[in-house]
Design a binder for this molecule. Structure first.
Ligand code: PLP
Length: 397
């Protein structure tokens, strides 16, 4: 057996199940689940239609590099979305089976297992980054979210000795769980460090289309690279996904884009790993990337939930509207695990303790004392959940 498997941490939802063991919520209250970040809005009919219309694609093995038409549609989407020249669809874009597998696979491509490499992760973070690092034979290290920077990472706080060993940095912007967006100055700092030390930047942008102000789409890593003159995206690879944007988490469709040299190595790895997108999924994905109307409607629904839920929660908890994402990152009065168990036991509402999304690093768990509330349920259920969370929080005063 691969001994590295034993280094993997239990997933946050396993910990949540253990935390709730033996808790019996009131039978008269219907459950409200706000713990898992799974989009629940219906899949647009035109995407289902495109999938159905392409079922013939199942009869052929797909190419790992993906269909040229899809790569071109993705390159054109990047250009429209970020106001930059389209990346080269042949060398700078690759369809992937959702961002999760690609985030994992990139570490296996980039890390030299015989070295003493570090993989730097934000903290709190999406747990795949850490698992990818461990299974690639690297050591994960963490940059704690800084509340004074809207929960962003202070890259200049990382010691030179850590940078020297760093092979890969995961960036999550917009962030999970705080929905924070990395600004151009922070990108400039990180790009300069990458050029100096040679590490790869994996920019996880799976929440890039779930933002709250139509006039202010989040800055993307490729956009930032162009703005600072990193025109060939050297050492940069971005990860994007249709799961949240288009409400198709089951389609397993996304893309990576950026540094052509990195993508060539990634393509080689993926050929052996067997990660190729079926033509059927590619046809549905192409339809999805070519349409923005459904994404605007999707954002409208999330905005309506934030508008309805925030006044209820802000009355009793320290919680703010995020820049993007469908999460609220609320401070708890006291322990986050006690709060999560209490609100489940007394109100039948599931939320995720922040400490389960983070590691103890630099003397603290930066997720402790917060909960993540995912506004994925229908509007009514989110409002009901917020009212019950507020009612529970009032009992703690
Ligand atoms: C931060 C982050 N990155 C990546 C993913 C993976 O999404 P997908 O594989 O559906 O693209 C998720 C899913 O919840 C996420 O929260």
């Amino acid at each position: 057996m691969n001994p590295r498997l034993d280094a993997l941490h239990p997933y946050p939802f396993e910990k949540l199940r253990a935390l709730m063991a033996g808790a019996v919520p009131p039978a008269g209250l219907a459950p409200v689940s706000l713990s898992i970040g799974e989009p629940k809005h219906p899949t647009p009919a035109f995407i289902e239609d495109a999938l159905r219309a392409s079922l013939k694609g199942l009869s052929a093995y797909p190419a790992t590099k993906g269909s040229p038409a899809l790569r071109q549609a993705i390159a054109a989407w990047i250009a429209r979305r970020y106001g930059i020249a389209p990346p080269d669809a042949d060398t700078q874009v690759l369809p992937v089976l959702g961002s999760r597998e690609a985030l994992f696979a990139l570490a296996q491509t980039v890390i030299d297992p015989s070295s003493d490499s570090i993989v730097l992760c934000p903290n709190p973070f999406y747990q795949i980054y850490e698992g990818a690092a461990l299974l690639a034979g690297a050591t994960p290290a963490f940059v704690n979210a800084d509340p004074a920077r809207n929960f962003g990472s202070d890259w200049s706080s990382v010691p030179a000795e850590t940078w020297r060993r760093t092979a890969l940095v995961y960036v999550c912007s917009p962030g999970n769980p705080a929905g924070n967006v990395m600004d151009l100055d922070a990108w400039r700092t990180l790009f300069a460090l990458s050029q100096e030390h040679g590490f790869v930047i994996a920019a996880d942008e799976c929440y890039s289309e779930i933002y709250l102000d139509e006039a202010e789409p989040p800055l993307g890593a490729m956009q930032a690279a162009q703005a600072v003159g990193l025109t060939d995206y050297r050492n940069l690879i971005v990860f994007s996904s249709l799961s949240k944007r288009s409400n198709v988490p089951g389609l397993r469709s996304g893309f990576v884009a950026g540094d052509a040299a990195l993508i060539a190595r990634f393509l080689l790895y993926r050929t052996y790993h067997g990660s190729a997108m079926s033509e059927t999924v590619a046809a549905a994905s192409l339809a999805a990337w070519n349409d923005e109307a459904h994404v605007i409607e999707n954002r409208r629904q999330y905005r309506a939930k934030f508008d309805a839920v925030l006044p209820i929660l802000q009355d009793v908890l320290d919680v703010a509207r995020p820049d993007a994402s469908f999460y609220l990152w609320a401070r708890t009065p006291g322990s986050d695990t006690v709060f999560a168990r209490g609100v489940f036991e007394q109100q039948n509402v599931a939320v995720l303790p922040g400490s389960y999304l983070a590691r103890e690093a630099h003397g603290t768990n930066p997720g402790a004392g917060r909960i993540r509330i995912a506004l994925v349920a229908p509007l009514d259920a989110c409002v009901e959940g917020a009212q019950r969370i507020a009612a529970y929080a009032r009992t703690l005063r």
